[in-house]
Design a protein around this ligand. Sequence first.
Ligand code: MG
Length: 457
Amino acid sequence: MLFQRNADVKARKKRKHLFCIIRFSKAHECSACGKGGVRAFAGGLGKLCNFAKRKCCSPFFAGWRIRGCAKTNSIMDRRSFIKATGTALAAAAVGVPANAEMRGAFPGTMRREKAGGGLKLSFFPYELKLRHAFNLAKFSRTTTPDVQVVLEYDGVKGYGEASMPPYLGESVDSVTKFLGSLDLGQFKDPFRIDDILGYVDSVAPKNSAAKASVDIALHDLLGKLMGQPWYKIWGLSPEKAPCTSFTIGIDKPDVVRQKVEEARPYKILKVKMGLDNDRETVEIIRSMTDVPICVDVNQGWNDREQALRMIDWLAEKNCLFVEQPMPKERFDDMVWLKSRSSLPLIADEAFQRIGDITRLAEAYDGINIKLMKSTGLHEAYKMVVLARALGMKVMLGCMTETSCAVSAAAQLAPLVDFADLDGNLLIANDRFDGMKIVDGKVTLADKPGIGVTLIKK
Ligand code: MG
């Protein structure tokens, strides 16, 4: 595919050709070396890539000496061009916008860093509005405070968020204060994940949701720079992602029936418990569907003997596991319960950071990883590895949050036993399009980064 004139570029741009090769000509001779320079059009979305405008001996083309010269008027053949621009085209093929996003698709060779440029962090509060009031054993609410985050490097944006259900102890004030205290501009190379997130973690203790927002945005940014989604970067098979559960909150019988009806597409139901009507709720669900259930007590059972009786009863109701049956402080009671329980017991409120796992293995059969507790994907991945080494089950959960954080968590889904990734479905004002649930199963998009597109500014 050849062309000679700018008019041809426009013509091909209109036809949305991914690329074409420009013939050398004297007009494109480099003023410094005298050789002809290649000009390439590689804009998957119809934009001219910056390197298309450069001459052969510019710093950007260092090492890119082109076969032929102005005198012979030879051209770079298609195979050489594809080889040289392979990564860029791969990025274009997965939908990375050309221009700024493609510039970063050449780590180590063609990625440019602006002089003095570093990571730029911006953020703003964004209240999440819930579709239904969310009733748990210890409280009820209709909104969730949230802070949306953008991390920018060389014109490429990564998105993140901090979602703060009240029991985590974080707030819009604490998150914005923490984010405002960060100096990410000191990092000139965004690929130094360990250094960057190690610094973020060291600034202050706790603040796990605030730290997660930076981690998620950084992963989104880096995935875009590499032109790949994180499940691919980690080498995971998306078809191994489990079905997600759909949450049925604590509510009146007619509302429970309505929610079970809404949840028909889902293969597992997560039932919130911890009040006097626990058995009644399960009986209602069982009168409507045979799909497996899992139970989240949110620390609501205080008597271990009674908890054991409920677990035995649930085991006969096609229940897969019980999450956080007793208060997180009741470690010895949990050890007692675990040794007698007929169902796996999963730690949620009792579990936050990776340092908790070894001790919890004595009292629980598994852990519920949530990015807002784990400080993001970087530590969450390590949590999965450690839990597996200890023979524990792994569940992947979320808060009520937009598709941004849910899609980030979903990148890990092929590694886990159970997924509870319905947080984005519970809110009415999602800003992103991302991970989808298809036939009840977590379905990952082949989009770079955490796999989201901003739909609402
Ligand atoms: Mg839970």
